[in-house]
Write a protein that binds this ligand. Structure first.
Ligand code: ADP
Ligand code: F6P
Length: 325
């Protein structure tokens, strides 16, 4: 099996995430260690379709492990969601002698990898998204850096909020998922954590809680609002009107996706990259690497995409109960 794969391609797709470079570097170096050629595909599936493909050697990856973003660039590509696009993607792989691809990205990117595997190209997915919203894994590349970046920013907002005795709504990323909000809510000692998974839209309850907190002598009221709920600015206006307490909204935005990756993101991304390259070298396809129940492992992509995930109840309980004082 081993000598069936001669050339491995690697691409990053969807939203970038700190640690993606560490994963690319690991794929490249592990593949070279196993005697394979490596090609970098730029701008995700978009670059595959436009044949934006470069040769990569071990040196190409020097001085990248500490860098945020992705040196291969990333993109979203509508054309690749069509069967025609996927067939063309597989043809491009064959034309460039790419017989296996590592796709670093989120759920959407894994669906693309699944389709490419169905077209006969060996594919392995590596979970890369700051959202942590991939069901088969307890870790995704970039989440650790993103929550640490957001946590530091929220500490700063808290200082000014306390000084002015205000209510502050801080919106963190997470397209459909509240993981970043939940972690920051706990880490920053927020008074309220709003996540799409559990939002009850009972604004009167929120208003009552703010008023009660200030009446008890609190000098601020920090609300962490997940992007999946959004509308932080209008919520701030409504809270101020209902409570008479000055309220400000801060949307942290893309600063959460950038920056130098944490140690955890570098180490886990490197390990996942090595595992992905090894799986391809062993002739495996249609699999994703993961970190589950304390260990690195891999799953069939179809099974991985069918899995469901929710915020652990104990995390939700911690966020809520600790905010009540
Ligand atoms: P993420 O990978 O972070 O979840 P997206 O959902 O935007 O990000 O997906 C990234 C890219 O993966 C899309 O732009 C598209 O090219 C590809 N993709 C997403 N869904 C599919 C699908 N069902 N079939 C084929 N390709 C897909
Ligand atoms: O998937 C990561 C993520 O940062 C989400 O949290 C967010 O909703 C989305 O990407 C934003 O994407 P864009 O790059 O299109 O602004």
């Amino acid at each position: 099996m081993d000598n069936e794969i001669k050339t491995i391609g690697v691409l990053t797709s969807g939203g970038d995430a700190p640690g993606m470079n560490a994963a690319i570097r690991a794929v490249v170096r592990e593949a070279i260690y196993n005697g394979k050629q490596v090609k970098g595909i730029k701008r995700g599936y978009a670059g595959l379709l436009t044949e934006d493909i470069i040769d990569i050697d071990a040196k190409f990856m020097s001085d990248t492990i500490q860098k945020g973003g992705t040196i291969l660039q990333t993109a979203r590509c509508l054309e690749f969601t069509t069967e025609e696009g996927q067939k063309r993607g597989a043809e491009v792989c064959r034309k460039h002698g790419i017989d296996g691809i590592v796709v670093i990205g989120g759920d959407g990117s894994f669906r693309g990898a699944q389709k490419l595997a169905a077209q006969g190209i060996n594919t392995i997915g590596v979970p890369g998204t700051i959202d942590l919203d991939i069901a088969c894994t307890d870790y995704t590349i970039g989440f650790d850096t993103a929550v640490n970046t957001a946590m530091e920013a929220i500490d700063k907002v808290r200082d000014t909020s306390t000084s002015h005795e205000r209510c502050s709504i801080i919106e963190v990323m997470g397209r459909h998922a509240g993981y970043i909000a939940m972690w920051c809510g706990i880490a920053n000692g927020a008074e309220q954590i709003l996540i799409p998974e559990r939002y009850d839209y009972d604004e009167q309850k929120l208003v009552d809680s703010i008023v009660e907190s200030f009446n008890k002598g609190k000098k601020h009221y920090i609300i962490i609002n997940a992007e999946g709920i959004g509308h932080s600015t209008s919520l701030a206006r409504r809270i101020e009107a209902a409570t008479g307490i000055e309220t400000r909204a801060t949307i942290l935005g893309h600063m959460q996706r950038g920056g130098t990756p944490t140690c955890k993101d570098r180490v886990y991304a490197s390990t996942m990259g090595v595992l992905a390259a090894d799986l391809l070298c062993r002739g495996k396809s249609n699999r994703v690497v993961a970190y589950k129940n304390g260990d690195f492992c891999d799953f069939d992509i179809d099974e991985a995409l069918a899995m469901q995930k929710d915020i652990p109840e104990i995390l939700y309980q911690a966020g809520n109960h600790l905010a009540r004082h």
